[in-house]
Design a protein around this ligand. Structure first.
Ligand code: BGC
Ligand code: BGC
Length: 630
């Protein structure tokens, strides 16, 4: 089926010969109707397809043709592993998504993780949508939050926290352009990024999804991402999603409702003034820059779930900020509102959620919508408004004019790798340097530590899977490979106990330590400290090397005063992604260190959380710290 439908990739959304051909062999009611439609001139039957009409006119023409059930369908976003492909047309499903583990094999076990297979899969879904009564194209969304991390061979860029350290909107814009390109190569036009959380407590597992503690920097970088991602190219527009609305960066430690989580999906207990001053500005900028989708936050604001808050989603976002795109819920976020699912659906839709990332129980959701309207819990005008918003964004993104992208889009190219490498060098933050860096490329170097040869650790969560994993990544350069490339000589890699015994003494030892990959609340921690095992490798290196350079791969600052005091240089590399060469570039002076901390670095775990206003003398390093070698 995948193969056959790839043929449709070139087709438009109007009823095509292929669709009619399919329909004649189908017994389903919806497709029979599509056949009938195909007999008449599509321009007459579907006047909204006329691209010369303005968007609002097209939306109205289409909306006036829709049944209530078709509107419900548009308000539905289903996850790849849960969709029955035969439901797409009859239910008029509005969108599908890849969750954190949503690679093509989740849908078709034999599908490889290759751009062509992604493209064929999305084209197949789009063809199903085209065969529905009205042929409304669907949106396919994915979390390409640091490059197209789920797609094998994609260039994975530094996570946002590293880009916050680089603090360069133009760099972020270029990364977003490259990300959009790689997405288009896989046929995907909707990105659940950027995250605009302004992190306040770095014990939060999503710290690395944030550009940092400063609302203004977050606003500038977030807007640059939106601009780059949505820039027009021959391949069509990719949509950004500003998330998570609003206040997720302010969740208070210990308030999560998810067992095992500490902060994520917790409560942001701030005054309205603080919410507006700290957490709202990035959304204002992103919307100004043209963000057309906003994702609601799992978190609560002062005890009130964002997903059920009319004050936040409607009064603030839609009315006050004038946002006329659509609000998507987060993954089953609606379900959390009350134990009674039907009531939760009514509450969320009435509050202002337009499209529900169900993600799996869509039959139940569609029933709940129908009941909600029938019982008067959901106003029909709210359903029209939600549908209008979704259609508006689909028209604007060119989805009706070109529902399937043709694969034009560079993927894993040298150019993108060079950009990734530049971003790695620009984000590497030099915390201390006792006259050791940059190293002369002819220096004899030994290297050790869990991150020395581990692209998976460099990339962190949202890479190949939701939680990410240690190990090899297709097309990636590990730090050791980067060093070999830059210096022309392979550093001695100390792995086994014998390696250490045999080496004697050495001029410089590099130790790469840090955190294992994680995502979301799984990464919430009580005590963000450098592990005992990592400290041991560092002290072992100290015993054989004249100088020790420590490189930290982590999504947040780790308390490590002893290491900061004793190492000759410490580099916070954040989660740099696949291009380890960028790290070698700064270590060996090919590029200067220019980055500065986007979050304060704690002197002890007891002082967390340290807000941007914490006095500089209590923290180990204040926000803005970074040794530059320019
Ligand atoms: C996350 C979102 C993400 C969504 C889809 C949720 O768990 O909170 O950031 O976009 O999953 O993968
Ligand atoms: C999905 C993620 C989602 C998470 C939420 C995972 O299985 O892959 O996208 O964010 O569940 O619990």
């Amino acid at each position: 089926m995948l193969m056959a439908l790839a043929l449709l990739a070139a087709g438009a959304c109007s009823p095509s010969d292929d669709t009619a051909g399919d329909a004649t062999t189908s017994t389903s009611e919806a497709t029979t109707e599509a056949t009938t439609e195909a007999a008449v001139d599509p321009a007459d039957a579907r006047p909204w397809l006329d691209p010369t009409l303005d968007t609002e006119a097209r939306v109205e023409l289409l909306l006036s043709e829709m049944t209530l059930e078709e509107k419900f369908g548009q308000m539905t976003l289903v996850e790849l592993g849960s969709i029955d492909v035969d439901d797409i047309a009859p239910l008029g499903i509005g969108g599908l998504l890849s969750g954190g583990d949503g690679v093509p094999s989740q849908y078709d076990p034999s599908a490889p993780n290759e751009p062509a297979a992604w493209r064929a899969m999305v084209a197949e879904f789009q063809a199903e949508a085209a065969s529905s009564r009205l042929g409304i194209p669907l949106l396919y969304g994915i979390d390409a939050v640091h490059g197209h991390g789920l797609a094998e061979g994609a260039v994975v860029f530094p996570h946002n926290i590293g880009l916050g350290a680089a603090a360069d909107p133009d760099l972020v814009r270029r990364i977003a352009v490259a990300t959009a390109d790689e997405m288009r190569a896989t046929g995907i036009r909707w990105n659940f990024a950027p995250t605009l959380a302004v992190v306040q407590d770095t014990r939060w597992g999503r710290t690395y999804e944030s550009y940092g503690q400063d609302p203004d920097l977050t606003a500038r970088l977030g807007a640059a991402f939106v601009e780059g991602l949505q820039s027009e190219t021959a391949g069509g527009t990719v949509l950004a999603t500003a998330k998570h609305f609003v206040g997720d960066g302010g969740v208070e430690f210990g308030t999560s409702l998810v067992p095992g989580y500490l902060l994520d999906q917790g409560d942001t207990r701030v005054s309205e003034d603080e919410l507006r001053r700290v957490h709202l500005p990035p959304f204002v900028s992103a919307i100004d820059e043209g963000a057309r989708v906003v994702m609601a936050s799992f978190s609560r604001v002062d005890g009130q779930f964002a997903h059920g808050s009319r004050a936040l989603l409607t009064d603030l976002l839609k009315v006050e900020l004038g946002f006329d795109g659509f609000v998507v819920s987060d993954w089953a976020g609606v379900d959390q509102l009350t134990a009674d699912y039907a009531q939760a659906v009514s509450a969320a839709i009435s509050a202002g959620v337009d499209m529900n990332m169900v993600p799996s129980r869509y039959a139940e959701y569609l029933d709940a919508l129908a009941d909600g309207v029938e019982l008067g819990r959901i106003d029909e005008s709210r359903v029209d408004d939600a549908t209008q918003r979704i259609l508006r964004v689909k028209f604007e993104a060119g989805l009706f004019d070109r529902p399937v992208v043709d694969g034009a889009g560079a993927f894993g190219t040298d150019e993108h790798r060079a950009l990734g490498r530049e971003a790695v060098a620009r984000s590497a933050t030099l915390l201390t340097n006792r006259d050791v860096l940059p190293l002369d490329p002819s220096t004899t170097v030994a290297i050790a530590g869990p991150g020395a040869d581990d692209p998976g650790m460099q990339a962190g969560g949202w890479t190949q899977s939701w939680q990410g994993r240690r190990g090899h990544l297709v097309g990636a350069t590990s730090i050791i490979d980067g060093i070999t490339e830059v210096t022309g000589q392979q550093p001695v890699h100390l792995v086994e106990p014998d390696d250490w015994n045999e080496i004697g003494t050495i001029a410089v030892g590099i130790v790469v330590v840090g955190e294992d990959p994680y995502a979301e609340g799984v990464g919430d921690v009580d005590r963000p400290v450098l592990s005992e095992a990592d400290r041991e490798v560092i002290s072992r290196m100290r015993s054989i090397a004249d100088s020790v350079v420590v490189v930290v791969l982590a999504g947040r600052p780790l308390v490590m005063n002893d290491v900061l005091d004793s190492a000759d240089a410490v580099i916070m590399a954040w989660l740099p992604g696949t291009e380890g060469g960028g790290l070698a570039d700064v270590v060996f002076g090919v590029s200067p260190f220019t980055a500065t901390l986007p979050v304060a670095w704690p002197a002890s775990v007891d002082q967390l959380p340290i807000g941007p206003e914490s006095p500089n003398d209590v923290v180990r390093f204040p926000i803005g710290h970074g040794v530059t070698t320019e």
